[in-house]
Design a protein around this ligand. Structure first.
Ligand SMILES: [Zn+2]
Length: 106
């Protein structure tokens, strides 16, 4: 299954969001008991890599939707709905053979 590398970040509206992964990030996310987060002011998405491939893709989509919600939707999407959309989108993309990875070999 082809995996799309997200390590260069994503474009959301006029903004570039960096995608940050790594050992330190895993520890910080673990201490908050979350798989990822999205800091709007910092334009930064963090995703835990010490999970399954499937969880990584779902979390990446979830945090991307958080950014999209901020930029495109005036944060009107409620979190439960956003979570459901991310889960559904993740399933559809997986069914099409698309998943995501963070390639830190560069
Ligand atoms: Zn969230």
């Amino acid at each position: 299954m082809p995996k799309v590398d997200v390590s260069k970040g994503i474009e959301v509206g006029p903004s570039h969001y960096s995608v940050v992964c790594g050992e330190d990030t895993n520890k910080e996310l673990e201490s908050k008991a979350v798989y990822g987060d999205c800091a709007g002011l910092l334009r930064r998405i963090r995703v835990a890599t010490n999970t399954s491939e499937e969880q990584f893709s779902t979390t990446f989509l979830h945090e991307s939707l958080e950014a999209i919600n901020d930029i495109w939707c005036n944060s009107k999407l409620e979190h439960e709905l956003l979570t459901n959309l991310a889960n559904g989108l993740s399933q559809v993309l997986r069914g099409l053979g698309i998943s995501f990875k963070f390639d830190n070999s560069r």
